[in-house]
Design a protein around this ligand. Structure first.
Ligand code: NAD
Ligand code: MG
Length: 389
C-alpha cells in the first residue's frame, strides 16, 4: 500500500522543541512517506526559518506575534505562508491538506489547537500530555464525536499502545515505568537544596526544560498516569508506577491471565514519533538497537511518594476529578517556571500545587470555558502563594 501513496502531510505544532526537531528527523529519514506541511514555534523564529528553508512547508506560524516581521522577512524569497498568533495555530491545523497533527508544544497552550484539529477531523499524534491532563474527558468525547484517532507519542503510552495491539481482552493493570529522574536516590534533606542546573541534568532523556523539571519532581509521571487513564480507559488504582532507572522497559500491560506484555528499546523518542506517523505500519529506521549484552541488569523499585509528593498530588487530583487535574497542571506550570528561574525551591513546588488544588473552586463537570477559567484562576492562586515564599 505504501509505494504509490503520496506522502502524509504533517503539521508539527512546536517544531523547534525537543519532540519537534526529532519529528523532523523522522520526516527527513522518510521523505517518500512524510512531509512537513506546517511548522510552528513560540519564540525561536530563526530556528523556525531555518527549518522552513530545509523542509519547505506550505505554512509556518510563530505564536509570539512580535517575531512576525522578522520571520516573514527571513522567508520572503520562498513560497511559504507566514502567520502569527495563537488563533493562527488553530487555523493552520484545519487546512484540508493536513493529514495529521503532531502536538509537540508545551503546556496548556496545546489544548486549543488540539481541539481545533480534532474538530477538523485530523488524526492526532499526541505528545502534549498537558492536553489530556487538563481535559482528557472532553478530548475523548470530541475524538469519539469526530471519529478522530489519538496516537500516543509519549514513550510509555506508545509502549502500552504497542502492548495492547492485537488484544481483544481488557487490561488488568498498566505498569507505567519511570526513570526516577536525577534525584531518585536523594534524601528529603538533600532535595531541599537541589538547583535548576542539577534538575536539568536528566540521566536518560534529553528533553525540553519544562518536562525535564517535571521528571525531577515526578509530576511528569503523575501526568502520565492521568494521560494513561484517558487514553486507555483504565482507572488509577490499576495503573502502577514502577521506577526503572535504565529506561529500557518503556511500560507494560498485564492481562486477566497474569500475562504481561512490555515494549523495550533504547530511550529514543524518534521510535514512538515514527510509529505514531506510520501506524499501523512499522517503518525501518537507522536508530540505535538495544544491545542486550551491554544491559547487565534491569532493575525495578517502588516509587516514594513522600519524597516525590507531586506524584501523589496527581493521583489525588484524579480522585477528585472534575477540574482538579486542570488546576494542578496550571499550578505546576507556574512553579515549574519559578523553580527554573530561581524564584522558588524544589520542595516549594509540591507545597504550592497542593495549596492551589485546595483553594481553587471545584467544578465537577467542567466545560471548555470552565477549563480556561480554572487554568487562569489556578495560575493566579499559585502566583500569590509563590509571592509568600
Ligand atoms: P520543548 O520546550 O523542547 O519544545 C516546545 C515547543 O513548543 C517549541 O517548539 C516551542 O516553540 C513551542 N511552544 C512553547 N510554548 C508555546 C506556546 N505557548 N504556543 C505555541 N508554541 C509553543 O518541549 P518538548 O520537550 O519537546 O515537549 C513538548 C511536549 O511533548 C510537552 O507537552 C511534553 O510533555 C511532551 N513530551 C516530550 C517528551 C520529550 O522527550 N521531550 C517526551 C514525552 C512527551
Ligand atoms: Mg514519558
Amino acid at each position: 500500500m505504501t509505494q504509490n501513496t503520496s506522502p502524509k502531510q504533517i503539521a508539527i505544532l512546536g517544531s523547534t522543541g525537543s519532540i519537534g526537531t526529532q519529528a523532523l528527523q523522522v520526516i527527513a529519514e522518510h521523505p517518500d512517506r512524510f512531509e512537513a506541511r506546517v511548522l510552528t514555534a513560540n519564540n525561536r523564529w530563526k530556528e523556525l526559518a531555518a527549518q522552513a528553508r530545509q523542509f519547505r512547508p506550505a505554512a509556518v506560524v510563530i505564536a509570539n506575534e512580535q517575531h512576525y516581521e522578522a520571520l516573514s522577512d527571513a522567508l520572503a524569497d520562498l513560497p511559504i505562508a507566514v502567520y502569527a498568533g495563537a488563533e493562527a495555530l488553530c487555523q493552520v491545523v484545519e487546512g484540508s491538506e493536513v493529514d495529521m497533527v503532531l502536538t509537540a508544544m508545551v503546556g496548556f497552550a496545546g489544548l486549543q489547537p488540539t481541539i481545533a484539529a480534532i474538530k477538523a477531523r485530523k488524526p492526532i499524534a499526541l505528545a502534549n500530555k498537558e492536553t489530556m491532563v487538563v481535559a482528557g474527558e472532553l478530548i475523548n468525547r470530541l475524538c469519539r464525536q469526530f471519529e478522530v484517532p489519538l496516537l500516543p507519542v509519549d514513550s510509555e503510552h506508545s509502549a502500552i499502545f504497542q502492548s495492547i495491539m492485537g488484544e481483544v481482552s481488557p487490561i488488568e493493570k498498566i505498569i507505567l515505568t519511570a526513570s526516577g529522574g536525577p534525584f531518585r536516590t536523594f534524601t528529603l534533606q538533600q532535595l531541599e537544596d537541589v538547583t535548576p542546573a542539577m534538575a536539568l541534568h536528566h540521566p536518560n532523556w534529553d528533553m525540553g526544560a519544562k518536562i525535564t523539571i517535571d521528571s525531577a519532581t515526578m509530576m511528569n509521571k503523575g501526568f502520565e498516569v492521568i494521560e494513561a487513564k484517558w487514553l486507555f480507559g483504565v482507572e488509577p488504582e490499576r495503573i502502577q508506577v514502577v521506577v526503572h532507572p535504565q529506561s529500557v522497559v518503556h511500560s507494560a500491560v498485564q492481562f486477566a491471565d497474569g500475562a504481561v506484555k512490555a515494549q523495550l528499546g533504547v530511550p529514543d523518542m524518534r521510535v514512538p514519533i515514527q510509529l505514531a506517523f506510520s501506524f499501523p505500519e512499522r517503518l525501518p529506521s537507522s536508530f540505535d538497537r538495544l544491545d542486550w549484552f551491554a544491559l547487565h541488569s534491569l532493575t525495578f523499585e517502588r516509587p516514594d511518594v513522600e519524597r516525590f509528593r507531586c506524584l501523589a498530588l496527581a493521583y489525588e487530583s484524579l480522585h477528585r476529578g472534575g477540574n482538579a487535574p486542570c488546576v494542578v497542571n496550571a499550578a505546576n506550570e507556574i512553579v515549574n517556571r519559578a523553580f527554573l528561574e530561581g524564584r522558588c525551591r524544589f520542595l516549594d513546588m509540591p507545597d504550592i500545587i497542593e495549596k492551589t488544588m485546595h483553594k481553587a473552586p471545584f467544578i465537577e463537570q467542567p466545560t471548555y470555558d470552565d477549563y480556561l477559567q480554572s487554568d487562569c484562576e489556578a495560575r493566579r492562586i499559585a502566583v500569590s502563594l509563590l509571592g509568600r515564599k
